[in-house]
Write a protein that binds this ligand. Structure first.
Ligand code: PMP
Length: 397
């Protein structure tokens, strides 16, 4: 008898599994609007020019493949802090560790919270990125949902969110917030709503854990930090999980960071030592290449300027595709107004399509959308817009 015969097959990842199905689909007109990856007009996920230039520099200057320290590259970590906080928080109160992607940052944060703040729960928005719950569960970190999306599925239910944070969360609990470009809904709080949220967090002594995976994809680098900065105006302790997968197009290089803001420098140092322990028993130390790329770009004014304009291009393209989708849907005669998508931020939009309609799009047209109706707007293109909208119109009838 085989010992592994008792191991059951796990279900495929809801989103990555769809991509497997997409790749196997022989429909020549198939479209993948599921996985969250930016694509240009030619359907490619390009390597940014700024990244190529930084890699060339690195390649000619690289002297060693020796291990990084547990916390990663120091100048990288300094840039992470500045991008997120500007000069709002003094450096000595912030511990930053380079991690393998935003996912790595979330797992390190989860392990830290589980061991260092025992008994505290994490509150996550409903809905949220599926992996949030999965990561917290894997770390045995208690978690629960707070209401976020309104019943109309097109707006934030701020009253419900505030009520849950006020009445369900206990002082000392953690609240996970999407810094910008909420995944999966694309619905972010306005600047005014952030103030209300920040007030509740401060008043209830909750620890903000800000997942910051799309800075620059909403309204711009600084504008997208408004929520985080508003929260930091009102609290002196927080954690941030940064991902540079999207805004630097460095998906496969696994570039992220976990940051912890403490009320005092000595507390930040102690927390840093604990965060390092979490890393040491998990992956020991981060990979160099992606972090070195980001540090090279952000340490060079010319490369930084190129990167910023490339980021603007990605953001503007997503905004245009969203507008084009709304406009083209109007011309199909489906009688269904998608204007509610226009204020949504980032790559994703909740389309309001039902699981049945999503399934029909897949079966009939080879159009792959997540079952919740979440559409990756960046997966649309000028050339497939008309056929996409005709297909959506047909399943809406
Ligand atoms: N948080 C959110 C909200 C995300 O959408 C993602 C990526 N899909 C991540 C974190 C993780 O990013 P990474 O690929 O850098 O691990």
């Amino acid at each position: 008898d085989h010992r592994f015969s008792v191991v059951p097959t796990a279900p495929p990842d809801a989103i990555l599994g769809l991509t497997d199905a997409f790749n196997a689909d022989t429909n020549p007109n198939k479209m993948n609007l599921s996985v969250g990856v930016y694509k240009d007009a030619t359907g490619q996920t390009p390597v940014l020019q700024s990244v190529k230039a930084a890699e060339q520099k690195l390649l000619s200057n690289e002297k060693t493949k020796g291990y990084l320290s547990i916390g990663g590259l120091q100048d990288y970590c300094d840039h992470v802090r500045t991008l997120a906080f500007g000069d709002q928080v003094p450096a000595e109160r912030v511990a930053v560790l380079q991690t393998p992607g935003g996912t790595g940052a979330l797992r390190v944060a989860a392990d830290f919270l589980k061991t260092q703040l025992p008994g505290a729960k994490v509150w996550i928005p409903t809905p949220t990125w599926d992996n949030h719950r999965a990561i917290f569960d894997a770390a045995l970190l208690p978690n629960d949902g707070y209401r976020y999306l309104a019943a109309d599925r097109t707006s934030l239910d701020l009253d419900a969110m505030v009520a849950d944070l006020r009445e369900k969360a206990s002082p000392g609990d953690t609240v996970l917030l999407h810094g910008c470009c909420h995944n999966p809904t694309g619905i972010d709080p306005t600047a005014e709503q952030w103030k209300v949220i920040a007030d509740v967090i401060a008043e209830r002594r909750l620890l903000p854990l800000i997942d910051f995976a799309y800075q620059g994809f909403g309204d711009g680098l600084e504008a997208d930090a408004v929520g985080l900065r508003t929260v930091m105006d009102r609290v002196d302790e927080a954690m941030v999980c940064t991902s540079f997968s999207k805004n630097f197009g460095l998906y496969s290089e696994r570039v992220g960071a976990v940051s912890l803001v403490a009320a005092q420098a000595s507390e930040a140092a102690a927390a840093n030592s604990q965060l390092k322990r979490m890393v040491r028993t998990n992956y020991s130390n981060p990979p160099r290449h992606g972090g070195a790329i980001v540090a090279t770009i952000l340490s060079d004014p010319e490369l930084t300027a190129i990167w910023k304009s490339e980021l603007d291009t990605m953001r503007n393209r997503i905004t245009q595709l969203r507008q084009q989708f709304v406009e083209t849907m109007k011309t199909t005669g489906a009688g269904h107004d998608f204007s509610f998508l226009l204020p949504q931020k980032g790559m994703f939009s909740y389309s309001g399509l039902t699981p049945m309609q999503v399934d029909e799009l897949k079966q009939k047209y080879g159009i792959y959308i997540v079952g919740s109706g979440r559409i990756n707007v960046a997966g649309m293109s000028e050339s497939n817009m008309q056929s996409l909208c005709d297909a959506v119109a047909s399943v809406l009838e």
